[in-house]
Design a protein around this ligand. Structure first.
Ligand code: AMP
Length: 330
């Protein structure tokens, strides 16, 4: 098998991981990006397309199937091609692609969290119900662009204007420290592994603390510009595993065979050490780049340099060896 992905997000890590496990690699790129990706020499082959959604075209799909490619989805992959459109791809996709619909729709994600009995921030169904500090979010993985903080309906009307329940999501803003643990669930072994954690570095909110007396006069924004590595107090880790295990269990009922492969939980930990889950990314996240070539928890578990891109390729290798490839793809 050949491991492929599209040129964005965590493509460098995915292809490096594939090479570390001895696979041939393929990158699908547009003209603008290919030069950048070619510098890293992680792609054995490159297919140039005009637009990322061209991957849905029959001719490209035929070429990929001929080459025996398995595609690894990442955040930009889902954003550019579309969670629904990916369902129609004939080319094998790593993991269960039905999860992409659940993770890219905030309301569906919250339904899943509720079933799993995981603590989440409160959701306000309309601005009239806002009774505390609230973050106004928009649909899709827009990277935090345009989010607003409000404390009341009045402030909502002033800062945002009309409420559009299809596009907007009003969520209690939890004050605490953020953690984005990345896991890998293996359907081959039934093991749910924590690999590493990061924190998103967001502009301008992460820059505001550098101003001596902001006094709240500058509005925060949450545009992801990078990631920082973090580890968590060890005594909190069992709780993180419990949450992750419950999400895996409930996912089996919601979209059989459930969530498999890489995923990331987006959490805030309050001063009384309560963990709140505010989002899930059910695929590799770009924050896993911070730990290449050895994510700390993955190293504890495997005793060798291991990171998400490599862990994915290892799973494909194990599935090929055991003749169980159908269980790790869709
Ligand atoms: P999201 O699009 O849900 O990943 O949110 C983007 C960023 O907004 C996060 O990385 C956090 O910094 C912040 N954020 C989102 N939701 C919350 C919340 N409920 N409480 C505190 N911070 C949040």
């Amino acid at each position: 098998m050949m491991i492929g992905t599209i040129a964005s997000h965590s493509a460098l890590q995915i292809l490096r991981g594939a090479k570390d496990e001895g696979f041939e690699t393929l990158l699908i790129s547009d003209r603008e990006r290919r030069g950048f990706y070619e510098r890293f020499k992680v792609a054995d082959e490159l297919i140039e397309i005009g637009n990322f959604s061209d991957i849905l075209g029959e001719d490209i799909q035929e070429r990929l199937i001929e080459k025996n490619v398995i595609l690894i989805p990442h955040g930009s992959f889902v954003e550019y091609v579309g969670a629904k459109e990916i369902l129609n791809l004939e080319v094998p996709i790593f993991g269960n692609k039905r999860v992409l619909e659940w993770e890219s729709d905030r309301r569906k994600s919250f339904e899943w969290f509720e079933r799993a009995k995981v603590k989440t921030p409160e959701e306000f169904r309309d601005p009239g119900r806002i009774d505390r500090r609230t973050i106004v979010k928009y649909g899709g993985a827009g990277g935090g662009r345009g989010y607003k903080l409000v404390k009341s309906e009045k402030e909502f009307l002033e800062k945002v204007g009309n409420f559009d329940s299809k596009r907007m999501f009003l969520q209690e803003y939890i004050i605490g420290t953020r953690f984005y643990p990345s896991f890998f669930y293996s359907p081959l072994t039934g093991e749910n592994e924590l690999l590493g954690m990061d924190i998103r570095y967001e502009s301008n909110v992460d820059g505001l603390s550098r101003l001596p007396a902001n006094n709240g006069s500058i509005e925060p924004s949450y545009v992801v510009t990078g990631n920082l590595p973090v580890v968590m107090r060890e005594s909190l880790l069992p709780e993180v595993y419990t949450i992750a295990d419950r999400l895996i269990e409930t996912s089996r009922d919601l979209f059989p065979p459930g969530l498999t492969g890489p995923y990331c939980l987006e959490m805030v930990c309050t001063e009384d050490l309560n963990l709140y889950l505010f989002e899930i990314s059910a695929r590799i996240v770009a924050g896993t780049n911070v730990w290449v070539p050895a994510a700390p928890y993955a190293y504890f578990r495997h005793g060798e340099p291991m990171y998400m891109g490599r862990r994915i390729a290892r799973e494909i290798k194990n599935a090929e060896r055991e003749n169980r490839i159908a269980e790790i793809m869709s």
